[in-house]
Design a protein around this ligand. Structure first.
Ligand code: UDP
Length: 301
């Protein structure tokens, strides 16, 4: 077991394509967020999927953000699969190793489809973004922490807030504003004036992470800031989530491919899903061939 003394997180973690992913269950997440909301300093939370890990592997600025993030949650099934695959031991005999690694990749991918539980460990489970959001809102209810929703289209933001207030009795909504503002100071002032302790930032990645990095410290009341991605669109019903059986088998990317959604005007979702899944698998396999199985080992807190 390798020690990771640079880690800001107090959790055990694994490395996937060089990025730290924290070992945490959904059950433990609520207690962790409650503690952070009651704490004295800002905690930055990132929800990692395959696209995040590939971006971090290519972009040192994004990698640095994730390294300094306080909590890196495994959002995508691909992340859980990669951690499992990378943790499988390999032989030291060079000639055999390539065959073994390719065999492990095939077996673990088939296992993900047929018996998703096989991929649990070293990461215990994936915590899908929308579910992590509900868990954090429950922590906000418990600690009576006001929540601010920043990002998504104005009508999505408004509808999501209304629905979430109904789903979480006792939730204190400090405010909300859409994410298409040319002036970055305006939301900053609104959030500061709201007195929010939990800040949900849904601007898409990496915009939301860099916004938190650049402005988080200026927000005197915020204790937890989360890069939310597209969760508000799912909550407001603007996007439909994949059926549960597809989510469990790591097939959410296929759903996005078939649903042909493109809300943001950036590279289309189907294109992103196609780009990230086969390329991600390939990169993780090549990474293991280069670095061996130690990369999937658990790091201590
Ligand atoms: N978004 C925003 N401002 C922008 C770009 C995107 O508020 O300048 C919102 C967008 O409306 C969506 C969310 O960011 O609600 C996440 O977008 P996407 O689903 O592309 O991000 P991902 O979850 O893939 O990171």
């Amino acid at each position: 077991m390798e020690l990771d003394s640079n880690s800001v997180s107090t959790y055990q973690s694994v490395r996937v394509l060089g990025t730290r992913v924290d070992v945490i269950t959904q059950a433990a997440l609520e207690a962790e967020i409650s503690a952070r909301l009651a704490g004295a300093r800002l905690c930055r939370v990132a929800k990692l999927n395959a696209e995040f890990l590939m971006r971090a592997a290519d972009d040192p600025e994004f990698a640095a953000y994730l390294e300094n993030s306080d909590l890196n949650i495994a959002d995508g099934a691909g992340v859980v699969w990669a951690a499992r695959f990378l943790s499988l031991p390999t032989t030291s005999r060079a000639g055999l190793r390539a065959f073994q690694v390719v065999g492990q990749a095939l077996v673990s991918l088939v296992a993900l489809l047929l018996r998703p539980a096989y991929c649990r460990g070293p990461l215990p489970e994936r915590i899908p973004g929308v579910e992590a959001l509900h868990t954090m809102l429950e922590a906000a209810v418990e600690t009576r922490s006001p929540v601010f929703f920043f990002g998504s289209k104005a009508e999505v933001n408004q509808r999501a807030r209304e629905l979430l207030a109904r789903q979480h009795p006792g939730l204190i909504i400090a405010g909300g504003c859409h994410g298409y503002q040319p002036d970055s100071e305006a939301p900053l002032r609104q959030i500061e004036a709201s007195g929010a302790r939990l800040l949900i930032v849904a601007l898409g990645s990496p915009k939301q992470e860099y916004w938190i990095r650049d402005h988080g410290k200026a927000l005197s009341t915020v204790r937890v800031a989360v890069g939310e991605g597209g969760s508000l669109d799912f909550i407001a019903g603007d996007s439909r989530r994949a059926p549960r059986w597809m989510q469990e088998r790591g097939l959410e990317w296929l759903w996005r491919l078939l649903m042909n959604e493109d809300r943001t005007g950036r590279k289309s979702r189907p294109r992103r899903a196609w780009d990230s899944v086969p390329r991600f698998i390939w990169r993780v396999v090549v990474w293991k061939l280069r670095h061996g199985a130690r990369q999937g080992a658990l790091d201590a807190p």
